[in-house]
Design a protein around this ligand. Sequence first.
Ligand code: ADP
Ligand code: MG
Length: 614
Amino acid sequence: MSDIIHLLPDSVANQIAAGEVIQRPASVLKELVENSIDAGASHIQILIKDAGRTLIQVVDNGKGMSETDARMAFERHATSKIKNADDLFSLRTMGFRGEALASIAAVAQVELRTRREEDELGVLVEIAGTRIFKQEIVQCSVGTVFQVKNLFFNVPARRRFLKSDNVEKSHILTEFYRIALVNTDVAFSLFDGDEEIYQLPISNKKIRIENIFGKNSKKHWQQQLLTIETSTSLVSISGYAGKPEYAQKNAVQYFFVNGRYMRHPYFHKAVLLAYSQMIQASESPNYFIYFEVDPQTIDINIHPTKTEIKFENEQAIWSILSASVKESLGKFNIVPSIDFDQEGAVDLPTGIQLENVRPPQTNFNPNYNPFGTSAYKRPVLDWEDLYGGFEKKATTIESLPDSEQEFNTILSGAINSDSIQQVIETGEARAENFQLRNRFIITSIKSGMLMIDQHRAHIRILFDTFMSQIQNRKALSQQVLFPELLELSADEGLIFEQLLPNLYHVGFDFESQGNHSYNIKGIPNQLGTASVIDLLLNMLDKARTTAEDLTVKMNESISLSLAEASSLKAGQRLTNEEMSDLIDRLFACENHNFTPDGKKIMTIFSHEEIEKRF
Ligand code: ADP
Ligand code: MG
């Protein structure tokens, strides 16, 4: 037999590599903008069309490329940033793998125009699917323009994998923030088609934060952020920590090291520790913290899409970090917080601390009764039939099912109304129910003892109700007396917009305040005492992280979040009527055995099982 191993052609190898580096339009944006920064640009313009599907364009005024380099840049492992392995340990640039452009060119149609200051003319390179179509001398200004068109034009599976426009845009914004928040000596503009999303001048970091996350936001960035500044031989830490009273569920939290965004759950704990006793456990502070360390002491050689970074002196830095955040918070308690090093004239009223304490708010409907919903009609299915027979008299022996087979069906756990119906005699009297540890409802049925988890049962009932409300587009809404304000960042706002129509269908009512803020004017009638803001953020989180396409799973996700928030909990005492009512409504649900997320709602102990115990 002849040899069978051969080398893959470049086009295939590049496409495979691209699969790792370029997952979505946002990855292209990240790679291009990082290259512009590495090229020393002080002004970067970004334009996307159709959430980056049809066009991602990045224009910079960096150092540009020579004609040969412009061609070379698309080769795999072609980089100007490192020469040998040692350079890896003194890395100051964002890129170094020389993979990005090769990967992008493997899965998109790319046009590059670039010119160096010393050259009179620039060069144009057109490349698609690794094939060069054009290379010619052109007139252009100093710097580089990349146009990446029709991403994944030759990888249909990848294209299909992309999410809705809003979700892809939200990913783009996420990458954009990570770069713009740390490269504050670069001016950025971001356009979505004709619409200007951001115009960020060169500024200090605090102003940049405000420019990105909203000037008029209730977050009062200028007043909220306390300066952190520590310098040791191991690490320099600078940045800002939010005042405790601004802590919130969806806090804005960023770490950077040597100009690069990073995630660091361990350091995050160090920050939280500094806030202990000052904020509620469910809330988290806003922070923007920038580390500078000797590049030799971190392992930057991480995967391009990973954002975790390993530090050599992790423990020591942990302590320094926690102490410096604590120090900033301490200073703020003594000294009135006036920040002298800001650029723009931003309003900084004194005595603001009191004004900004947001009193906790709760919304609840005093008339709320999980069992008294007017919308509820007794199900057509007459459960009298099913309960019949569990009269209080002892009927154990006579009512044993006739066959073993019947037992087995019941014991198998998958209970359906048919099998229950088979074993329950008809009768008039309603069962006496019993509540165990205010959590389980126990009732006797002909074949034995039925035990129901009240919380889960109620989730199933409410979930079905909310789902049908979304489908029928009518839900009962109650107006709230003191509308709470839901404040989102632009990337969250995009996803929230997608949820909006269905949130209206289940009974929410919002008034847009602009700047991704919404007054919550109405809430679903069934909603219990849960915090509405928490609930909405929770939904947002689920919608963002869901693996499936947002539009498909969205209704279920909304209904489930609502059902969980509104359902009666374990520990709630129920009357006999309430228990019967709950059982009725549960069995009226098509799938009464499991909660929407697959948890078992009920179980049956057969008479035989019970008798065996004696
Ligand atoms: P890396 O950034 O890891 O070096 P890339 O594939 O992203 O690899 O880029 C390859 C090379 O192309 C870079 O090393 C750089 O020399 C050049 N390059 C890319 N983008 C630009 C740009 N905007 N301006 C100048 N040179 C660039
Ligand atoms: Mg690069």
